[in-house]
Design a protein around this ligand. Sequence first.
Ligand code: FAD
Length: 560
Amino acid sequence: MIAKKTLKLSLKSLKDFGKKRLPDEVLIDLDAKDECPLEIVRHMCSPDKLGIQLLFVPEEYGGMGGGAFDVYVICEEMARIGLGLATSVLATFLGSDPITVGATPEQKKIWLSRIADEGILFAYGATEPDAGSDLGALQTTAERVMDGERIVGYKINGSKQWISNGGIADAYTILANTPAGPSWFIVEKGAKGFNHDEPEDKHGIRLSNTAALALSDVYVDADRLVGGVEGQGLNQAQAVFGYTRLMVAAFGLGAGWAALDRAIPYSTKRIQAGAPLSEKQGYTHKLIVPNVARLEAGRAFIEETAERIDAGAEGSLNTEGAIAKYMSTEAGNLAADASIQALGGYGYTHEYLVEKISRDVRITTIYEGTSEIMEMTISRDRWQLHLKTRGQHYHEQARQCEALHARHPEVGAGTAALAFHALAEVMERSRAARLTRHQHILLRLGELIAFAESAGCLAHRAARMAEGKLHEKANQRFDAAGLAAISRVFAREAALKAGQDGLRWVVGAGGVSDAEVAAFESSLGLPAIHRAQAGLIADMDFVADVLYNRGAAKKVASAA
Ligand SMILES: Cc1cc2nc3c(=O)[nH]c(=O)nc-3n(C[C@H](O)[C@H](O)[C@H](O)COP(=O)(O)OP(=O)(O)OC[C@H]3O[C@@H](n4cnc5c(N)ncnc54)[C@H](O)[C@@H]3O)c2cc1C
């Protein structure tokens, strides 16, 4: 982990760099030309220039040894500048991941030091034309090359699809099947038989180079097998999902906020029907406020997960990384789309950039595991907890929220508790009626779980804020009153989703008979969930006031 002061300096350099080298007109031009600005990517990753990659590399190999929290903060800022360039930096991080996690000390010394000292760019070659979400279906092979009994090298054959930095990297980690199973290999650019295609013509992140790779009898020495043991590849890829998904989560968050931070000031200047749009409740409460609430729910989950990773939490926190990614990237997409609407016809043109952000952020629900795979990951893991605790897992989470509500009635924890109770009942009914045999139900449970857990997490974050106990590097955009109101808005949405969508899917899958529906409705606590919607509009008014620094919120801010 790096010192708060150092992180602040890095953040400032990054912001200054973005302002100076990547103003709107440059971004628009590069996007139109569909061009990856290699010189800028190299500048960002050069140790004697911006040196962002140093953050990811452990100190012993010449880096700064940034922790998960540091990486989240920087990734959010990179995404605010431009997701295409952020993806290029991410690719070096992903590409070096199998090395950080699984390489031998000698391999780490060579490759991680080269990233730190020379700023070499990496690419991460996992996906194939016929192996995307299901990486186990990969067909690239690494055939042993023997000298008598000794393995001296490997011959790699196959192809890789959609590889970020595919056409510009200096080194690649390539996943290939050895006789003992999938394994990572380090292949350098220019190796005989190793080629890349022209860059893809993409919907968004057009500043990022994405290319297919072809490997035809590419020979590598045995010391290019990461970790020196065959068959570890999928475990090595899994081991860092908690971390890498957090990075993409931060991308969703940064891009979503970048769009809203264009829509919010725009709406103060755009006069329609005699007043600025920012004063129209039907505008702010549809296009701005709910998106802020969802983004901040995502942030709460990212920060909590980052803190746990940095504190050395047991396990890889894969599920937590999946919830953070799912919530933040879905929220980022909704926020960017709403920002186009918020700018009306201007939003639909290139000049105002929100449409570029919207195209760019679209990738975040696809790469590093699609949203549907996230739903499955979340649901499967929490299903096990439900079974192990005989259905008590989420009732227990609810009780914790009720205790929080007793201490902090203002943070929406009571409503988050209602979401957890409803979720526990939906899961129990799904178990009793064996509803998860329907894949759709399993995945929808993943969505409800992510919403309920995020509501609990945001309420805890708001309470910590009120107590002045947030992480020292935590985002401080909102004060305690603002964050509490945002939390209350989100908790209502989460509770309604858990109760009503839960009811819908259970009844829809035949989990209760006609005669049982009324009893099931009351077991979900739907009347209480409906009553908890009281005060929603007043809270949304307050959040809008906070965002526009006016009215009651302004008075609170100036009193503080
Ligand atoms: C711009 C870009 C950059 C990328 N960069 C990299 C990179 O650097 N390195 C790399 O290795 N890969 C990279 N990828 C690949 C990316 O990770 C994959 O596209 C992603 O994992 C999805 O795989 P797929 O495209 O094969 O889609 P598929 O797996 O075929 O999925 C298609 C759809 O089906 C759904 N689906 C899949 N399986 C299931 C299931 N079991 N049940 C229900 N629904 C399912 C998915 O959610 C999705 O909606 C990149 C992709 C893009 C577009």
